[in-house]
Structures are given as C-alpha cells and as structure tokens.
Design a protein around this ligand. Structure first.
Ligand code: PLP
Length: 374
C-alpha cells in the first residue's frame, strides 16, 4: 500500500506552481533580494489578518528574538515559558540573557496552564527573581488561553508574547491571536500551516511604536537612516524570495485551513473511543498544525502504524527542562509533571490539506487495529 506521509508539500506546489514560478521570476527580474517590494506587500496582508502590525523576519526563532529584544528583555530578567514546546521558545529567552522559568501545561490542550501561573510567579518572585513577561505557545495550532494569561500578566504588570509559530490563522474568542498578546510571533518553516520554501517568520505588534522598534531590531538596530544604529539588533530580515512565496500561499490559505478543520472533525469521529483525541476549548479555533492523539502505548502504536505505511511523529519527546541546553533554567515550584506525562504519550498523525478521506479512514482503522492488539 502507498505510504501516507505526515506532510504533502508536493500537492500544494502542483496546485499553485504557475503562480510560484511567476512570483519567483518577478523577484529575479527586479533583483531586490533584501527588503524588496514583496516584504511590504506581505507585511500588509499578514497584519490585516492578525489585527496588528507585521514585521517579516528570517525565521520564527528570529521573530522571537526580535520580539524579546524589542520589549527590552535584558540580562537577569526572568520569563515564564512552558516546558512542553519546541526548543526555540526557550532558547530565544536565554539568548537574550533572560532567565527561563519553566511552567507546566494542561494535559488536555498541551498549552500553558493559566491556573498555575499566579502561584508560579509569586513563588519565584519570593526568591528574588524579577519576572518581566510570559511567553505562551499555541501548541499544535490551538491558541493558548490569552484572556486568562492576560489577567495574570496585568496583575503583575508584565508583558505577554504569544509564540504562534504553529497557529497563524487561529482565532481565540473570535479574535486573531495577534490581537491579544502584546507581541505575537509566527514561523513559515515548511511544516507550518502557512509556510515558505526555507526559513521565514514574522512578529506582530499591536502598538505601532513597538512595531517600529521591532523593525529597527530586525535590521541591526538601525533608525530610519542608514548606518545610524540606535540600539542593538540583528540581521533578522526575511528574504524577498521567501516573502514572494508566502504571498502566493496566502491566496489559498483560507481554503487549506477549511480543509484542515474538516479533517480534524473527521478524525475526531473516526477515532472516538479508540485513543484520546485532541481537546479544543470552546473559544478556540485552531489551525491544526498537528493532530496529536495520546496513547500510553505510543511506541508500539507508532511502530504498528509504520508497518502499514502510516507515518507519525512525536512533537516533542522530551520536555525542555530535561534538555542539557536548559539545565540553568528554573522550574516551577508546582512541578512539571504534566509536561513530562504528555511528552511520553503524544503522537502526531498525518494532517495536511491534501489528505484524502480514504487515507484518513485507512489511518483510523490502522490505529484501531493497533490499539486492539496492544
Ligand atoms: C517552529 C517553531 C518555532 C521556530 O520557528 P523557526 O521558523 O523554525 O525558527 C518556535 N516555536 C514553536 C512553538 C515552533 O513550533
């Protein structure tokens, strides 16, 4: 039987190949490879969707670094980060000199648990830490609970950065994620729902003055004048070629999101009673970057699925507080047991807008067969 892959960038490319070829050719013709006209065009389109000013960046990681530096994160400041996330979320904080405080997640949404935030902040502040912000993550494309996170942040007068690397296009309570946190970041890495052909990302700032700072930080801290460096920054710019590609993919993005949501609904039905399917909070409209099930026999399940040609992936097998790179981080006094448990049970199954109904049925019956035999 033909293998079912996690991702199908080929079908998407076939669909818009002509538009992509033309868009790339336009960049080759105008030759403004750095900060060409496609950058401003993309930023306008992204910003309109997000309800905030967009600043295109070289990657989702660059976007996080630009966001944190623009908010003034400095050496010794402490920042709350969930332990169950991709390394970049915490890495960006540490690279900017921040002290990471790992917080735990909810077992059902895999997002930071707002109920534990206040006690985590109070207990770490009691040890003398100066907490300046929270970085939330929209795991697998489901927005974190921004209203609850906001109220804790307001209580302590700290900022919120939403790492929306997996959730561009998601909504919370009818609002795009970028309209909620102080700064939102996203990634256009090829496996994300909206992607380019290499590395790319964006920062979204609601405050226009902060957006100006982000633009400056993205470009070596320059002011509007060339070679006038008013602050430290980096080369965090997105390539014009990548922007041209995202513009073409944005044209079919709503249709792709609609299909992802249909697929998620069908998986929910097909897998009911077999494995733990994802929980979506009433206010959330996810992008379904991943469809992650939970199984206590994950290794066996993924092995059985591989045997019948169904690819799976584990996002992420080890929480960050178990990684050598983050051995200097502080752990929430409430513990990180949910992050540890979830990392041991999650399994992402194929989810992309070009997955057929037949493939979904085949995946679901393979999961059922494997679970029965487990
Ligand atoms: C992908 C991802 C990033 C990093 O994005 P890059 O574009 O690969 O740098 C950061 N955070 C999360 C949660 C991600 O999934």
């Amino acid at each position: 039987m033909n293998p079912i892959l996690m991702l199908d960038l080929e079908s998407q490319q076939i669909r818009i190949r002509e538009q992509l070829d033309q868009a790339i050719a336009r960049v080759l013709d105008h030759r403004q490879f750095v900060m060409g006209p496609e950058i401003a065009e993309l930023e306008t389109a992204l910003g309109r969707r997000m309800g905030a000013e967009a600043v295109a960046c070289g990657s989702g990681t660059d976007a996080l670094i630009v966001a944190l530096l623009s908010l003034g994160l400095a050496r010794g400041d402490s920042v709350i980060v969930p332990s169950f996330t991709f390394a970049a979320t915490a890495e960006a904080v540490a690279l900017c000199g921040g002290q990471i405080i790992f917080a735990d997640i909810r077992a059902d949404t895999f997002n930071i648990d707002p109920a534990q935030l206040e006690s985590t902040i109070l207990e770490t502040m009691a040890t003398g830490d100066r907490i300046v912000g929270i970085v939330s993550v929209d795991m697998f494309g489901q927005p974190a609970e921004q209203d609850a996170i906001r109220s804790v942040a307001d209580q302590f007068g700290i900022w919120v950065v939403a790492d929306a690397a997996q959730s561009f296009g998601a909504m919370w309570d009818g609002l795009p994620t970028g309209a909620l946190a102080d700064v939102t970041t996203t990634s256009f890495f090829p496996s994300k729902p909206l992607s380019c052909y290499g590395d790319g990302g964006a920062v979204f700032a609601r405050d226009p003055a902060l957006a100006d700072v982000c633009r400056s930080v993205r470009n070596h801290g320059q002011s509007d004048e060339r070679y006038d460096h008013v602050r430290l920054g980096l080369n965090g710019r997105m390539d014009t070629l990548q922007a041209a590609i995202v513009i073409e993919k944005l044209a079919i993005f709503d249709d792709e999101l609609r299909v992802r949501r249909e697929l998620a609904g069908r998986y929910d039905e097909l897998l009911e009673g077999t494995v733990t399917t994802p929980t979506v909070l009433p206010a959330a409209r996810p992008t379904w970057a991943q469809y992650a099930i939970k199984s206590v026999d994950r290794e066996l399940l993924s092995k059985r699925l591989a045997e019948v040609g169904v690819a799976t992936a584990v996002h992420y097998p080890r929480p960050l507080h178990f990684q050598a790179a983050f051995s200097g981080a502080t752990q929430s006094p409430s513990g990180l047991t949910i992050s540890e448990q979830v990392a041991g049970e999650v399994l992402s199954i194929p989810m992309h807008p070009y997955l057929s109904v037949d493939d979904q049925v085949r995946i679901a019956s393979a999961i059922r067969d494997a679970s029965v035999g487990a």
